[in-house]
Design a protein around this ligand. Sequence first.
Ligand code: AKG
Ligand code: FE2
Length: 296
Amino acid sequence: MAGLRREAPACTFGLADLVDLGRFPVGEPSSPGYRAVVDTARRGLRRVGCAVLDGFVRPGAVGVLNDEILERKHATHYSTQIINPYFHTTADPTYPADHVVNTFLERTSGFIPGDAWDPGCATDTLFRAPEVARLLADCLEVPELHCYDDPLAGLTANICDPGQQFTWHFDTNDFAVTVLVQPAGAGGVFEYVPDIRSAEDESFEAIGAVLDGDRSRVRALHLRPGDLQIFRGRHSLHRVTRVAPDSHPRHAAIFAYTREPGVIGRLARTRQLFGRALPEHEEAERRRVRSDALLD
Ligand SMILES: O=C(O)CCC(=O)C(=O)O
Ligand SMILES: [Fe+2]
């Protein structure tokens, strides 16, 4: 008779272990505490496209999240690339040489891909908790949110090792949710320029000014471990500044959600970010319908 195989525990962490439910009563949407969190986040998102739920992850659980990143750090796909704000890597001769489209800056950070996480680990539990998706949907004023179905880009961690930076760019997703797990000792600061472009206006001139060092509209976020950040990165230029060479690495867990279920990423961007793509990406590319005409 074959012996019973021991299954790995499906989930060893409950939400209460991970989230400070006193301050963030995620499962109680009609409670005053929940309403207060949502109202504050909505104000930030409306005003500057950014909201921070400070101390969302319990201090004790932040260490667990960091251990999970360290266990998977070997799976990080590092990209050393010179990119323009639209993630393009080659010049476009239809624009002048000094145009932002032809301005390329260094990106040296890496991503731990979605398929590196074990289902039921603390990071995955936090990402997939329906109560968290409900809270985020309420903050973002959308009817519902679904975990991004992309097998690589749904749940990731952005790794910036000493000396690395993630230069100025726009995201392809409308918004991103980030939990800062380990800040750098020096550098590694998230900076952004709220709503510098819109679906109707690329605002090349304003973007060029920022790339040239204009700090007048730049905001810097000094996040602490366990802070959850909701950020609209499609229209807000942003970056992670260079981590000091003598600092420890910066680790951030990134949770991607979509308004519709079953959404998956672009083939070229997937290859760029993760160094590979899966058959699902090729299939999705064939079916894709664009939602706007922005450069990317
Ligand atoms: O690590 C972060 O805080 C954000 C990184 C980022 O901008 C991105 O992954 O697109
Ligand atoms: Fe980004």
